[in-house]
Design a protein around this ligand. Structure first.
Ligand code: V47
Ligand code: SF4
Length: 390
């Protein structure tokens, strides 16, 4: 029996391989892919949680970030047919879907005039009529209406399609959108990088190399981005570790990723509905291993509209230091996939109180993690949060 010190904690371990991993993590050393798989296979939930929490508190102390953002989903019509997707309507049935005009999207932006939102997240299906030029024009118009709004948008799935249709290289296309106002890329479209799994769940969209290349080019332009992983369906622990390894390697090269976001597969109304959803124990393990493995990713995010509020709160003890945003529009991708959050919206006061209930320190950030408001000393009056620091 061996004891290792985990900060204040003294954990008893019988397994030598886990002991070695624990010692490496405490010493700030990188763990190998084989060790990543061992964590999933042998680590107890409490031990993984302690180790992940050690890493989290070393990086961020008690700070737990959120931002004030809103989403624009230009269309749910999509030429692709990912089996896990409950959201898209195939292009062949486009009359069942929606498609917003530029004016309708600008109306959404105008709705937030005078409100302290810092970011708009633009993401949707891949509609063949919505071209590179269409989106560049939209970005320019949003920027000219509200220059302070950070424009985060488009997954490599959308970008790869736009660039190929416009017959431009990734470098040319990314530069063009960046010059039109695009500042960051969200993390979507990554799913599981392994070609075996992609073949079974999302065979026709951009592959791992294409996804990684687009983020690499964005980073070279000085843009930042996030990365997701869709877990809890047909993948093995090896596939999850391979996915995280590829992201960790790219991050070593570019340092352009801000946040890693594990996304729990939800099984309502899609072609993978027969697959049971992961348990809460499996979810917390996923977050903990991600925090331990992704040693060069500054932030780990739990997307609460997908996980539900209670599970999102729990993740804050398993490595997570970011709860995304105070979304208050009708973000549909998760409610349509069976998330508990049927109309995801949360006020700042609610989000602050959710974080405080688990004794963490709520901090409002912008997209690049600059602090907007630190709510550690604030008071909540009638659900209004009055920040002490501005
Ligand atoms: O790539 C689709 C996932 C992603 C399901 O970067 C599903 O800040 C679970 O990437 N069950 C898009 N997940 C959303 C996304 C995202 C969300 C929030 C913040 C950020 C960010 C990025 O949604 C897709 C796919 O992996 N998804 N269907 C489903 N049934
Ligand atoms: Fe289209 Fe994205 Fe749904 Fe795949 S996940 S079908 S690319 S909207």
């Amino acid at each position: 029996m061996t004891n290792i010190e985990l900060g204040q904690l003294n954990i008893t371990l019988t397994d030598q391989s886990l002991r070695k991993i624990g010692e490496k993590v405490i010493a700030g050393e990188r763990i190998t892919p084989e060790e990543g798989v061992i964590l999933f296979e042998k680590g107890s939930l409490s031990w993984l949680g302690s180790l992940a929490n050690h890493v989290r508190e070393k990086l961020h102390g008690q700070k737990t970030y959120f931002n004030r953002n809103f989403h624009i989903e230009p269309t749910n019509v999509c030429v692709f047919s990912c089996k896990f997707c409950s959201y898209s309507r195939l292009y062949a049935h486009k009359e069942e879907g929606w498609e917003l005009t530029t004016e309708q999207m600008l109306d959404i932006v105008r709705k937030y005039d005078g409100q302290p939102v810092t970011e708009v997240h633009i993401v949707g299906g891949v509609h063949p009529k919505l071209t590179l030029e269409f989106f560049a024009d939209l970005l320019r118009k949003i920027k000219s209406h509200r220059p302070d709004l950070h424009l985060k948008g488009f997954t490599p799935v959308e970008l790869d399609y736009m660039f190929r249709k416009a017959k431009v290289s990734v470098e040319e296309g990314m530069k063009y959108l960046h010059e039109a106002g695009l500042q960051s890329l969200p993390g979507g479209g990554a799913e599981i990088f392994s070609a075996d799994i992609r073949e079974q769940i999302c065979a026709d969209k951009v592959d791992a190399e294409g996804w990684l290349k687009i983020h690499e080019v964005a980073h070279a332009l000085g843009m930042h981005s996030n990365a997701t992983m869709l877990y809890g369906h047909i993948e093995s622990y090896h596939h999850r570790v391979d996915h995280m390894e590829r992201l960790r390697n790219l991050q070593d090269k570019t340092r352009g990723f801000n946040t890693f976001i594990p996304l729990k597969f939800r099984n309502k109304d899609n072609e993978m509905s027969h697959i049971p959803e992961s348990t809460i124990v499996e979810d917390m393990k996923m977050y903990a291993v991600a925090r331990i493995y992704m040693d060069n990713f500054p932030h780990l995010k739990a997307y609460w509209p997908m996980l539900g509020r209670n599970s999102a709160q729990l993740t804050l003890s398993f490595g997570v230091n970011d709860l995304d945003g105070t979304i208050d529009d009708s973000t549909k991708i998760y409610s349509m996939a069976g998330s508990e959050e049927q109309s995801p919206s949360m006020t700042t006061a609610e989000l602050v109180s959710l974080i405080r209930q688990v004794k963490r320190q709520p901090v409002e950030r912008d997209t690049l993690y600059n602090v907007i408001n630190d709510y550690s000393d604030s008071v909540i009056v009638d659900q209004q949060v009055n920040p002490v620091h501005n």
